[in-house]
Design a binder for this molecule. Structure first.
Ligand code: ISE
Length: 334
């Protein structure tokens, strides 16, 4: 039987998820959507032939829905994830689980009180085949232990970004995927400001470089440049004791034209990571139907936001900040 999914938040990413679930993937169907902007919500619902709700909570509580996808603006994630937990339904929440670590902790506590894991966070880079290759190479042990990671995360542009968002909304991806790659937590965070681009809006400091160290002493640098104005560029180089592993880029034909050699690159995340999103959602649908959560958990969402909070403090105070996590409850141990 098909998993009947209700999606709350019909912005750009929400609509790409409706399309992928209803047109590309198997075993699930988005049958309803909700958005505070009801007129827009209705136009989306009409386009996909599904039901429209003004209130996300009403849709989530409805008997016509088995599982929930949350793709609202970040500050509204918590309220809909909580509503799904209350209804005892599986919920996929786009990253970040919530902008604040405290809100993530409330979600973790509500889920534990419900007695069953229901929440998955949309850290889709774990499903990207390229990061999968990095993990396999690291875990093989053939190249020795990782010592240093050099990472780049550039967006063409980022309308509305404020100085806190490169850490909390953008580099949160590296915070999650690198912790998953290395299999350890972080110990310290620092954020420095290079010279700011003239393309930064208002008070935004862009680019930023975040430094992390892990418990075992691995040193990581991540450059975030959200107005790089040439395309979308995500890089990761893992320097090990006897080898250096690089994240593969999508292959594109090289074209000779206008006295130049040109190899196109992606413009944004939707072009760069479509496979990751497809694999992520297919796994989520399958797991929901089998009655389990096997992707990034609410605990991973919480750990990510504690790390981001430390990095934000480091950025705002221009100091090195130590990171402390609560002990992982048995509930989340696999
Ligand atoms: C955005 O929300 C994403 O998730 C993208 O993957 C990331 O590249 C971008 O910086 C974020 O704003």
């Amino acid at each position: 039987e098909e998993l009947r999914i209700g999606l709350v938040g019909t912005g750009a990413i929400g609509r790409t998820h409706i399309e992928r679930i209803n047109n590309t993937l198997q075993g699930g169907k988005v049958v309803a959507c909700a958005d505070a902007n009801i007129d827009f919500c209705k136009s989306v619902a009409e386009k996909y032939g599904i039901k429209a709700y003004e209130k996300g909570e009403d849709m989530i509580a409805s008997d016509d829905i088995d599982a929930v996808v949350v793709t609202t603006l970040d500050p509204f994630h918590e309220q809909y994830v909580m509503a799904a937990i209350k209804a005892g339904k599986y919920v996929f929440c786009e990253k970040p689980l919530a902008p604040e670590a405290d809100a993530c902790k409330r979600i973790v506590e509500a889920e534990m009180a419900a007695g069953k894991q229901l929440v998955q966070v949309g850290f889709m880079r774990r499903y990207d085949p390229g990061y999968g290759q990095l993990k396999k190479a690291i875990d093989s042990g053939k190249y020795g232990l990782p010592l240093m990671l050099h990472c780049v995360h550039r967006n063409y542009d980022a309308p509305g970004f404020t100085t806190s968002m490169p850490v909390e909304n953008s580099m949160i991806h590296e915070i999650d995927v690198l912790r998953w790659l290395l299999g350890e937590n972080y110990k310290t965070a620092e954020v420095v400001f290079p010279k700011t681009t003239r393309n930064a809006e208002g008070e935004l400091r862009d680019p930023q470089i975040m430094y992390l160290t892990t418990e075992s002493g691995v040193r990581i640098d991540v450059e975030s440049f959200v107005n790089c104005r040439y395309g979308y560029d995500v890089r990761c180089e893992v320097v090990c004791e006897e080898g250096c592993i690089n994240l593969p880029e999508p292959a594109n034909a090289m074209i000779r034209t206008n006295d130049s050699r040109v190899t196109p690159i992606c413009h944004d995340w939707s072009e760069r990571f479509p496979e990751a999103y497809n694999i992520e959602f297919q796994s989520w649908i399958n797991a929901c139907k089998e009655g389990r959560v096997d992707g990034p958990s609410a605990w991973d969402g919480y750990v990510g936001q504690v790390t981001a909070k430390a990095a934000s403090k480091a950025r705002d105070t221009q100091t090195v900040v130590e990171i402390h996590y609560d002990e992982m409850p048995d509930f989340y141990k696999k």
